[in-house]
Design a protein around this ligand. Structure first.
Ligand SMILES: CC(C)(COP(=O)(O)OP(=O)(O)OC[C@H]1O[C@@H](n2cnc3c(N)ncnc32)[C@H](O)[C@@H]1OP(=O)(O)O)[C@@H](O)C(=O)NCCC(=O)NCCS
Length: 159
C-alpha cells in the first residue's frame, strides 16, 4: 500500500463573484459556494486516491461571513485524515482583497469515498504526516470520525 503526503493533493482555486452567483440579498448564494467547495474536496480526494470519488457527508459546514459582487473568492482544500476507503478533506474559503489580505468566510470537512470501476468503495493510500499541524489535524479528524460513528447509530429525522 503506497503512502502520500498532504502536499501531494492540496488544491487552491479562485473565483470572482459574478451577478449570476448572487442571491436576493445581493450576497454570494450559499448553494454556489457549496458547489465550488464540493468540487475542491473532490479534486483533493481524487489526487490522493487516484480514483473516482463521491461525497459521503459534510461535517461542520459553517458560513462565517458573506461575499459580494466582484469579490475574489479563494478556496483551499487539503486532506486531513484517511480511513480504509474514506478520506476527510478540510476546505477553507477566503475573500481576498487587493492587498492580498484574506478574510476567512467558510469552513467545512468533507468525507469523500474512493470508488472502483464498479462504483464500490476501494482502499485509499495511507497519509504520511510531516508537520505538527498535520498531526493535530489528523487527531481532530479521528475525533470527528468518532462523533460521526456515534451519530450513525441515531435514526435520522425525516421531514
Ligand atoms: C458513500 C457510499 C459510497 C458508501 O457506500 P457504502 O456501501 O455505505 O460503503 P461502506 O459502508 O463500506 O462505507 C465505505 C466508507 O465510507 C464511509 N461512509 C459511509 N457513509 C458515510 C457517511 N454518511 N458519512 C461519513 N462516512 C461514511 C464509511 O465509514 C467507510 O469508511 P472507511 O472505509 O474509511 O472505514 C454510498 O453511501 C453512496 O454512494 N452514497 C451516495 C454518494 C453520492 O451520490 N454523493 C453525491 C451527492 S449528490
Amino acid at each position: 500500500m503506497i503512502s502520500k503526503t498532504v502536499d501531494d493533493s492540496r488544491v487552491e482555486t479562485v473565483h470572482v463573484v459574478r451577478p449570476n452567483h448572487l442571491n436576493g440579498a445581493n450576497r454570494l448564494f450559499g448553494g454556489i459556494l457549496m458547489q465550488w467547495i464540493d468540487e475542491v474536496a473532490g479534486i483533493v480526494a481524487k489526487r490522493h486516491s487516484m480514483c473516482n470519488v463521491t461525497t459521503a457527508s459534510v461535517d461542520n459546514l459553517t458560513f462565517l461571513h458573506g461575499a459580494y459582487q466582484n469579490d475574489m473568492v479563494v478556496i483551499k482544500g487539503k486532506i486531513t485524515w484517511v480511513g480504509s476507503t474514506s478520506m476527510e478533506v478540510c476546505v477553507d474559503t477566503y475573500v481576498e482583497n487587493v492587498d492580498r489580505q484574506r478574510e476567512w468566510i467558510n469552513n467545512a470537512h468533507f468525507i469523500m469515498v474512493a470508488l472502483d470501476e464498479n462504483d464500490k468503495p476501494v482502499q485509499v493510500p495511507k497519509l504520511t504526516l510531516q508537520t505538527e499541524d498535520e498531526h493535530l489535524a489528523w487527531e481532530r479528524g479521528e475525533e470527528r470520525r468518532r462523533i460521526r460513528n456515534q451519530r450513525k447509530k441515531e435514526k435520522p429525522d425525516k421531514v
